[in-house]
Design a binder for this molecule. Structure first.
Ligand SMILES: NC(=O)c1ccc[n+]([C@@H]2O[C@H](COP(=O)([O-])OP(=O)(O)OC[C@H]3O[C@@H](n4cnc5c(N)ncnc54)[C@H](O)[C@@H]3O)[C@@H](O)[C@H]2O)c1
Length: 246
């Protein structure tokens, strides 16, 4: 009899990078539990789950339900995210808390929750989608940047504690990716004159083009695969060279 396909949980799976990762892992042979606060579009090999990742009490019951219905988790990819840019002096406490809850507290607690179950079985792969913003700053993204940096710190600690029990934990840090998150005030920043001038014209972005979501999914595909036996606690920067230029 064929062994059952491994199971992956992907959050933020309804749109953008999360959707691309969901379909890529499905094509790699995973059965995918696709969780999002928005409805997840139907796809073969994918089961949708409703999730607000900031609701920490809901995470253990969700993982339990997925493991009963789909099977024991072999992989978790934390993708769900929001970005509410505001200059420091206009940032409200609500917006600060919401970004930290969705971008850091939820993913960290979900990684702990799923990671402990994986550790008890002696095998697991976790990837946290962070951002170049975890290591370089920009005006207006205080809450986003600090939450993403916190998620990278948690990635390292989880890798250290869970590694001896067979669980590998990494983060993937994208740069510019063409999704709805690049639309600010109705304008896609990737189609703006300043993006074309600075990043493409003047070469601040060595590969000259923003990533498509599938290019991020490709990096995740390796890190969550059984081929990845020795890379843990790392951040893989997938930014077209953005952060290696002055
Ligand atoms: N687009 C970029 O340029 C870029 C760059 C670096 C990092 N990222 C990160 O990639 C991830 C995916 O972003 P994207 O660009 O695909 O944006 P997106 O808006 O297309 O996707 C984000 C998804 O997260 C879901 N989500 C939001 N809040 C949630 C919650 N509380 N619980 C569960 N799901 C929730 C949304 O419904 C959506 O499906 C985010 O963590 C983002 O910070 C994006």
């Amino acid at each position: 009899m064929e062994p059952a396909a491994p199971v992956a949980l992907v959050t933020g799976a309804a749109n953008g990078i999360g959707r691309a990762i969901t379909l890529r892992l499905r094509d790699d042979g995973f059965r995918v539990a696709a969780a999002d606060i928005e409805p997840v579009g139907p796809a073969d090999g994918v089961t949708g789950y409703e999730l607000d990742v900031s609701d920490l009490e809901a995470l253990e019951p969700l993982v339990s339900r997925i493991e009963q219905h789909v099977g024991p988790l072999a992989a978790l990819v934390n993708v769900a995210g929001i970005c509410l840019p505001e200059p420091v002096d206009r940032l409200t406490l609500d917006a600060y808390r919401r970004q930290h809850a969705v971008l850091m507290d939820g993913p960290v607690w979900l990684a702990r929750t799923a990671g402990l179950r994986m550790a008890a079985r002696g095998y697991g792969r976790i990837v946290n989608i962070t951002s170049v913003h975890a290591s370089v700053g920009e005006p207006g993204t205080l809450a986003y940047d600090s939450a993403k940096a916190g998620l990278e710190a948690a990635t390292r600690t989880l890798a250290i504690e869970l590694g001896p029990r067979g669980v590998i934990v990494n983060s993937v840090a994208p740069g510019f990716v063409r999704t709805r998150m690049s639309v600010l005030n109705g304008v896609n920043e990737l189609d703006s004159a300043w993006f074309r001038d600075i990043y493409q014209g003047h070469g601040k972005l060595p590969l000259r083009h923003p990533a498509e979501p599938g290019e991020i999914a490709g990096a995740v595909s390796y890190l969550v695969s059984a081929d990845n036996t020795y890379c843990t606690g790392q951040r893989l920067v997938v930014d077209g060279g953005l952060t290696v230029t002055f």
